[in-house]
Design a protein around this ligand. Structure first.
Ligand code: AMP
Length: 216
């Protein structure tokens, strides 16, 4: 199964993609995670990504397209994948179509996580994750069961994304509205777009996604 999760920052794409990885064995392809790994490595690409991400802007299409084209060819993607954070522009969407055509593969569904923008700032500004295993938490909605200890791996170190501050989030939302939302009609016209309520709690969103997947 090949899926795209679409939605603004903070809609829950990463959380749901990780769940689909666990429940369906799909590979999560997150361009944001790939760029954060590049930033951590200190490579020239990472240095560029750091500037762009901290400004809440988008990386150039060619770089992102090459990154995904290389990743999608790896054997683990053969059993299916869930794209999280890609495509983000009409050019990226067209490039993805070409990649899939070349592999004689098609998309099964594009799932939009529809959210109320007013809630996003609170969602994003409260989130943090385990520095060791990456498990996600939220100051208000999902604290670790034992304060200061990761539920999953027991680590006591946590980190926050540098671009999860109010100013950068405003720019990221602007990029979503201007450059990413316009690709929704592109998939709608092809009958691929399905909408789920991204404002529901995590389990309910997952249930709605599963219902979509059962119907495709
Ligand atoms: P995310 O983790 O998906 O919220 O992405 C974090 C940041 O990485 C974004 O705000 C962009 O600066 C950059 N980024 C991630 N994916 C893409 C993409 N497909 N195209 C351009 N920039 C991206």
């Amino acid at each position: 199964m090949r899926l795209i999760l679409l939605g603004p920052p903070g809609a829950g794409k990463g959380t749901q993609a990780k769940r689909l990885e666990e429940t369906r064995g799909l590979v999560q392809l997150s361009t944001g995670d790939m760029l954060r790994a590049a930033v951590a490595s200190g490579s020239p690409l990472g240095q560029q990504a750091k500037r762009v991400m901290e400004a809440g802007e988008l990386m150039p299409d060619e770089i992102i397209i090459d990154m995904i084209a290389e990743r999608i060819e790896r054997p683990d993607c053969r059993n299916g994948f869930v794209l999280d954070g890609f495509p983000r522009t009409t050019r990226q969407a067209a490039a993805l179509d070409q990649m899939l055509e070349g592999k004689k593969a098609n998309l099964d569904a594009v799932i939009e996580l529809a959210v109320d923008e007013g809630a996003l700032i609170e969602r994003i500004s409260g989130r943090f994750s385990c520095a060791k295993c990456g498990a996600g938490y939220h100051e208000k909605f999902k604290r670790p069961k034992v304060e200061g200890v990761c539920d999953v791996c027991g680590s006591t170190e946590f980190s926050r994304r540098k671009d999860d501050n109010a100013e950068t989030v405003a720019a990221r939302l602007e990029a979503y509205r201007g450059q990413t939302a316009p690709i929704l009609p592109y998939y709608e016209e092809r009958g691929l777009l399905r909408r789920v309520d991204g404002m529901a709690d995590v389990d309910e969103v997952m249930r709605q996604i599963e219902a979509v997947l059962a119907s495709v």
